[in-house]
Write a protein that binds this ligand. Structure first.
Ligand code: ZN
Ligand code: ZN
Length: 265
């Protein structure tokens, strides 16, 4: 297995996109072509992630329909500010479905106590099923929100191997010193984190427990951002082994903790 490139095109399917929302209308409308472009750019597997019960059900359905898609199910603070017992029951049954490899995404948005209660309930669920969990970090007051998230996750005594905190930036990366949580970076074409800035973070922090994804969510997003980052890292002469760890071996190590993740290189 190798990252082979010819004329700017990756020749082998060697990437895993760890965070997409393929059920969102902008992508779902034209899913076949989105998947085709991603596949031609080297994206091998995609994890599509729920934000509420409806989109979690769609994620499970998509995973059932496409070989290379896996699902995560969860209630995101954008999807619902509060979760009740009925929601948790439904989530519990979705968590047991085929190809559901994680709980998520969960997390803070406005950093309210209500959101914290929803996070704690879903962390408990992930722990009970021994599943990996995907945690969204807020885009506003990010440092403070990340610190609070880390406190909640530690307080719930989650196994750090099973926890991925996503949407990190230069501001949040130092907060992981001395911890073993997985750190995700979502690369956006316009706002938030660019390919350039993500590449700087890789150079500064290395790739230990680091994952990247294209987010494909509310803002403008580009499912080809992970291949674009690979190209940028190759241009900066980072070693192919290091890049493969970032975009291939790390996601497989993280999601491979779920026995429903069947893709092995
Ligand atoms: Zn998110
Ligand atoms: Zn997301």
């Amino acid at each position: 297995m190798a990252l082979r490139e010819r004329q700017g095109v990756l020749m082998e399917a060697t990437l895993v996109d760890t965070h997409a929302h393929l059920d969102f209308p902008e992508l779902a409308r034209d899913l076949a072509s989105v998947l085709d472009r991603a596949s031609r750019a080297g994206v091998r597997e995609i994890v599509t992630i729920g934000i509420d019960l409806e989109s979690s059900r769609k994620a499970v359905k998509l995973a059932g329909e496409h070989d290379r898609i896996y699902a995560a199910v969860g209630i995101h603070p954008h999807g619902a500010r509060r979760i009740d017992d009925a929601t948790l029951d439904s989530l519990r049954s979705l968590a047991g479905r085929d190809k559901v490899v994680a709980i998520g995404e969960i997390g803070f948005d406005r950093q309210t106590d209500e959101e914290e209660a929803a996070i704690r309930a879903q962390l408990k669920l992930a722990k009970r099923f021994d599943m990996p969990v995907l945690v969204h970090l807020p885009h506003q007051f990010k440092k403070q929100g990340t610190e609070r998230t880390l406190r909640v996750v530690a307080d719930e005594q989650m196994n750090p191997d099973r926890v991925l905190l996503d949407h990190n930036t230069e501001e949040t990366m130092p907060l992981y010193a001395g911890t073993k949580y997985w750190r995700g970076m979502s690369i956006y074409p316009v706002t938030k984190l660019s390919v350039e800035r993500a590449a700087n973070i890789v150079e500064q922090y290395g790739v230990d427990r680091l994952l990247v994804n294209s987010a494909c969510d509310w803002g403008p997003s580009d499912p080809l951002n992970v291949p674009k980052l690979v190209r940028e890292l190759l241009r900066r002469n980072l070693s192919r082994d290091l890049i493969e760890q970032l975009v291939f071996r790390n996601p497989i190590a993280f999601f491979g903790q779920s026995d429903r993740w069947t893709f092995r290189p």
